[in-house]
Ligand binder design. Structure first.
Ligand code: PLP
Length: 389
């Protein structure tokens, strides 16, 4: 049996996969079972923020594996304390709950919002406004929160208490905020899975200002946009706003599973002992990986460099005749094509040694934050050749 046959025999068929088996990685390249090398513009959907097997990150993770791999949350560990302290400081939050994925981080945020409101206003003020075209995860609660009808199938009944507003439609927002049962608005500053669309500043300002008037919490789902992806530590920094609750995952630990739900002072006491938990949450290996990621992101000029690389990519792309528009923020880039199909482009790119993602009808790029200009140039050359064929 080939690896793919064995795989399909035993793994549920929940993904449309490309016909390739990856074996190892080095820096920004990954290598398949036949030894073919690929430049990676997807970084495992933004998780390998420092590329493949970055030396310092790998040293930190391996050292932790050999020291203490897990202890459970019945006990304290220094590495979780250190990571929480650094993360809260950099992000500008009071405290954090650690979990293992983006969906779990959003579950935690939903629980924080509902309990904050329950504690203060009693039962019934539980509705969470999310945006049309959003994506918040695959658990039942986060699917319920996700504002795309395609996800609201098969698994009935979904969780009650989610209402959708059209992104950038302030009138719609105002109308839905009239509902007295609303306790939170949850948004992605740049809708990732929804097609790499950034919200406009007026809309974000309206969300914050209207919510502040009514003590409605703002939850920023920064699972994809956070931890340096957009050239700032949080995408909210581009808008000059800080949500009451911010969720992180994907790139936070450089490719080890981790999610985080950050809360401000106002929400820091909401979840009390016994109201939430996670067996693996704050796992020492993940925290060690996270610390290595923060070390790099905090190094001099790193985030500015992310912004410059993003500009470089956009400038190259807009010269291409097949490119209709380029969207996104920082190294989270969506490419609208004139005639070509994004999935065909991704397939052709794979054949020629370049990994790219898609989001809706767009080609999506989420390269490692550490990608070099040489790799960018080589990858863009392949991509643009395919687009101009
Ligand atoms: C990927 C993603 C999620 C879900 O994260 P998982 O780790 O797959 O659970 C949630 N929200 C956003 C914005 C995402 O991009």
């Amino acid at each position: 049996m080939t690896t793919i046959e064995k795989f399909n025999n035993s793994v549920m068929h929940t993904y449309g996969r490309f016909d390739v088996v990856f074996e190892k990685g080095g820096n920004r390249e990954c290598i398949d079972e036949n030894g073919k090398e690929y430049i990676d513009f997807g970084s495992g959907i933004g998780t390998n923020s420092l590329g493949y097997c970055d030396e310092k990150w790998a040293d930190a993770v391996c050292a932790q594996v050999r020291t203490l791999q897990h202890s459970s949350n019945y006990y304290y560990t220094k590495v979780q304390a250190d990571f929480a302290d650094r993360l809260c400081n950099i992000a500008g939050y009071k405290s954090v709950f650690f979990c293992n994925s983006g969906a779990e981080a959003n579950e935690c945020a939903i629980k924080v919002a509902r309990k904050y409101s329950f504690d203060k206003y009693g039962k019934g003020r539980h509705t969470i406004i999310t945006l049309v075209n959003s994506f918040h995860g695959r658990t039942l609660a986060t699917l319920s929160a996700t504002g795309q009808d395609v996800f609201h199938n098969y698994f009935f009944p979904f969780l009650e208490g989610f209402v959708n507003v059209t992104a950038n439609d302030i009138a719609d927002l105002k109308e839905k905020l009239e509902d007295k049962t609303v306790c939170a608005v949850m948004l992605e500053y740049v809708q990732g899975e929804g097609g790499v669309n950034a919200l406009n500043k007026e809309f974000v300002d309206a969300v914050y200002d209207l919510c502040a008037e009514k003590d409605i919490l703002v939850i920023a789902d920064e699972v994809q946009t956070g931890v340096g992806r957009t050239g700032k530590f949080l995408a909210g920094d581009h808008f000059g706003r800080k949500a009451d609750v911010t969720t992180l995952a994907k790139g936070i630990a450089g490719g080890v599973p981790m999610g985080a739900c950050l809360v401000n002072e106002k929400c820091s006491g909401v979840l009390t002992a016994g109201t939430h938990g996670s067996t693996f949450g704050g796992n020492p290996i993940a925290c060690a990986g996270g610390l290595a990621v923060l070390d790099r992101i905090e190094s001099n000029g790193f985030l500015d460099e992310v912004g410059k690389k993003a500009e470089f990519i956009k400038n190259e792309l807009v010269k291409c005749s097949e490119v209709k528009a380029v969207s996104g923020l920082g190294l989270m880039i969506g490419i609208t094509l004139k005639n070509k199909d994004a999935h065909d482009v991704a397939q052709k790119a794979l054949e020629r040694g370049l990994l790219v993602l898609t989001a809706k009808e767009k080609v999506r790029l989420l390269p490692p934050l550490t990608i070099s200009y040489d790799e960018l140039k080589d990858g863009l050359k392949i991509l643009i050749e395919i687009l101009e064929e």
